[in-house]
Design a binder for this molecule. Structure first.
Ligand code: HDE
Length: 739
């Protein structure tokens, strides 16, 4: 029986088809079964058939019972309604005066839907707009009861829910995932005593010492105001102009120009609370603390050329990586550590720990591991959770307190303030992702979008009329009793903040040779994008205070005839003992866990070799993705094999190591294929381990890959996997000119 509308091209896409998608996407296309309202029977008005779009369910039925594609045994769709709850009979056509006449103002279904849509966007974050987040838990493994009364830091074994958002800083919400940029690392712990937000970065220091400079820094780093570019990049005049006039940023610049700002994965980054905080115990005594997150998978970065190519291969590389890890059950995990130190310890440091441009070397104050965080659930809805989450460093439970770091003090104000305008109401704390998971009550009332319906007459304190009105809690939050120093009120930078170069030098000199070369090259690259000569020269002048050799390398890269004069330094830098803990490559964990290996195959590839490689890679905790010129190939065992990526759209930058398993015939064929040559050349250039069989060797030859210790026969799966656990750093000088 033919029941379809006379206008079939106007029909909506069948959800039934979406539901058929396989794999990780599935969750997002499943039809909800927790229906509250039964679906209305589709009406088929005989009088006006052209007004009725074909309802998906109805359409699906037409295909007949035998069609598996369109069957949903458990489906029970709720009725589609307006926001007022009125069921909607037609969601395809607006209300028109006549079949060819004007649309009527009366159409409340159309007006409500379009109006809501018109207001779907909210202002993006002024910084850290681009982010990805996940739910999980924090488990304490070591009690800090001696130092704090915060239950989150004293109840060993207790699992506290968390929501963690990673972000880039400079780019807009739709910008790329892999620019050279600092990464935000913000954790909201839903503790029993209120939310604790540890709003940190993947770098332990910051560009500026005083919050009053933050708007200038951000204006300088974001796209330039007249031309609106570059997006998500520090490599432009305004940023370096600001930096050249702000010597305190030199330490952070060293970090920003290191490989820390081009991470391989959000799962492979360290996180830092940056500022010193205080812990306060039951006696009211306090101690200083710095917080560190360390990833279980070890830290790992990309190489710069790879980060650049990732931008075209996959704009969402980090978001997808986090999503896929969580969906596949390989949950990212970090250790939480603390550095604890007293006022007396602090007096001995050759720097002021309340200056956020300084770190405390691990060699000076060691790290103590106190717990772990596991992220095990992707948000159900990006906007409701990742976009609407509001972090604020001022959110602390009793037992955690602030230091006098003037950057932190400014942040304590800024976050709540920005969220009032970003989320549009002082009631944003009632949004599910922001609401505490412990009971909360106060006498704040009303405002836009108030969700609570308070009962009774009492909305003030003190009061005596109502037995259940909220009252002060003697055990509640108390600031640490710190005696204030004597002095005059003034706008001032403490003298102890005057040394801007010692730790920049400490960081540079603590790096391995490879990392130093990357930093010199990054500086050269960034400054080469700066059009103003005096800015380039001023930066090289600052570098002379950091390290003469570094200054020379960058000056050479920029083609400067002479080394510019260093600017006046308020305090000459001191030589601190190098801290190997500040390295990235030196500290990298040799592991393939959580990584991905790409195997390039084609028709007639050796199935046994692919199988053996896969086995070895998976044993090492990594996963394999097959890449081929087409999405399905027949290996030499005659079986049709599904492929994860089509060659032209799946370059080797997406993998941590690659294998090429090809028949001689396919090797010859692909030797003239641009994507195949790029695949192998980039893998080689990005210092990855490579395995190739006979056919694969033809491709290596075509790509002019000169075999080295990181290139293996495909039969040597063991050697290949061992080498894949790190990068082939010795290869680098052969493939790239570094500054
Ligand atoms: Fe932020 N920062 N920040 N920041 N920050 C924001 O808050 C600010 C600083 C950090 O995933 C904003 O809700 C000032 C240091 C992260 O939602 C804003 C200063 C560190 C995130 C703000 C700093 C951070 C933000 C923008 C200098 C590392 C993203 C939107 C005094 C310790 C959080 C928002 C998320 C976001 C202000 C410096 C980390 C404008 C004034 C240092 C991870 O309030």
């Amino acid at each position: 029986s033919k029941k379809s509308s006379p206008n079939p091209e106007k029909n909506a896409v069948l959800p039934a088809q979406n539901a058929n998608k396989q794999g990780a996407d599935e969750k997002f296309h499943q039809h909800r079964t927790d229906t509250l309202v039964a679906p209305p029977a589709p009406k088929k008005s005989a009088s006006n058939p052209q007004r009725n779009a074909v309802l998906p369910a109805q359409h699906a039925n037409e295909r007949g019972a035998g069609d598996e594609l369109h069957q949903h045994a458990n489906e029970k769709h709720p009725a589609l309604t307006t926001n007022q709850g009125a069921p909607i009979s037609d969601n395809q056509n607006s209300l028109r005066a006549t079949p060819h006449g004007p649309t009527l103002l009366e159409d409340f279904v159309l007006r409500e839907k379009i109006t809501h849509f018109d207001h779907e966007r909210i202002p993006e974050r002024i910084v850290h707009a681009r982010g990805s987040a996940a739910h999980g838990y924090f488990e304490l493994t070591k009690s800090l009861a001696k130092y704090t009364r915060a239950k989150i830091l004293t109840e060993v074994g207790e699992k506290t829910p968390v929501f963690t958002r990673f972000s880039t800083v400079a780019g807009g919400a739709g910008s790329i995932d892999t620019p050279r940029d600092v990464r935000g690392f913000a954790v909201k712990f839903y503790t029993k005593e209120g939310n604790w937000d540890l709003v940190g970065n993947n770098i332990p220091v910051f560009f500026i010492q005083d919050a009053i400079k933050f708007p200038d820094l951000v204006h300088a780093v974001k796209m330039e105001p007249d031309r609106a570019f570059p997006q998500a990049a520090t490599a432009h005049d305004t940023f370096w102009d600001f930096v050249s006039l702000m010597p305190e940023s030199m330490h952070m610049i060293m970090w920003a120009m290191s490989d820390r700002t081009i991470p391989r994965s959000l799962r492979m980054m360290e996180g830092f609370g940056v500022h010193s905080f205080r812990l306060v115990n039951t006696e009211g005594n306090s101690i200083f603390v710095k917080f560190h997150w360390r990833p279980k998978l070890g830290i790992q970065s990309t190489v710069w050329d790879e980060a650049v190519k990732l931008q075209s291969a996959d704009n969402d590389f980090h978001r997808r990586d986090l999503f896929e890890a969580i969906e596949s059950g390989t949950y990212p995990e970090w250790e939480l550590s603390v550095q604890l130190f007293t006022e007396e310890d602090a007096k001995q440091f050759p720097f002021d720990h309340e200056d956020a441009t300084k770190l405390i070397p691990e060699e000076l104050i060691p790290l103590t591991v106190i717990g772990r965080m596991v992220l095990d659930r992707w948000p159900d809805n990006f906007f409701a959770e990742t976009e609407q989450v509001a972090f604020c460093p001022a959110n602390v439970p009793p037992g955690i307190d602030f230091s006098n770091d003037p950057l932190l003090q400014g942040r304590l104000f800024s976050y709540l303030d920005t969220q009032l305008s970003r989320l549009g109401s002082p009631n944003f704390n009632q949004i599910p992702v922001n609401a505490p998971k412990c009971p909360f009550a106060n006498l704040q009332r009303d405002g836009h979008m108030q969700m609570h319906v308070p009962k009774g007459r009492v909305n003030y304190d003190p009061s005596s009329l109502q037995g259940d009105s909220p009252r002060e809690e003697p055990e509640g939050f108390r600031s640490a009793a710190i005696s204030a120093e004597q002095g005059t009120k003034q706008r001032v930078r403490a003298e102890s903040f005057a040394d801007h170069y010692s730790q920049a030098r400490l960081f540079f000199r603590s790096q391995s040779k490879v990392e130093q070369a990357h930093m010199a090259s990054a500086l050269t690259f960034e400054l080469s994008k700066v059009g103003t000569a005096h800015v380039r020269e001023a930066i090289v002048g600052h570098l002379r205070h950091v390290d003469q050799e570094l200054a020379k390398r960058v000056a050479n890269g920029l083609g400067l005839a002479n080394l510019p004069h260093p600017p006046h330094a308020a305090l000459p830098p001191i030589d601190m003992k190098p801290s190997p803990a500040l390295q990235l490559i030196g500290k990298m964990k040799e592991t393939l866990e959580g990584r991905t290996v790409g195997i390039l195959v084609d028709d007639d590839s050796d199935a046994a070799t692919v199988k053996a490689l896969r086995k070895m890679v998976e044993k090492a905790g990594a996963r394999v993705k097959l890449v081929a010129p087409k999405l399905g190939v027949k290996l030499d065992d005659g079986k049709l094999t599904g492929v994860d990526g089509q060659l032209a759209g799946t370059p080797s930058v997406l993998f941590d190591a690659v294998a090429i398993v090809l028949s001689a015939e396919a090797g010859k064929r692909l030797a003239t294929n641009g994507s195949a040559i790029d695949f192998i050349r980039d893998a080689f250039g990005h210092l990855k381990a490579i395995a190739a069989d006979e056919g694969g060797q033809l491709l290596l030859k075509a790509g002019r890959v000169i075999k080295d210790a990181g290139v293996f026969e495909a039969t040597n799966a063991e050697g290949f996997v061992k080498a894949a656990k790190t990068r082939q750093w010795e290869r680098e000088p052969k493939v790239r000119l570094l500054a």
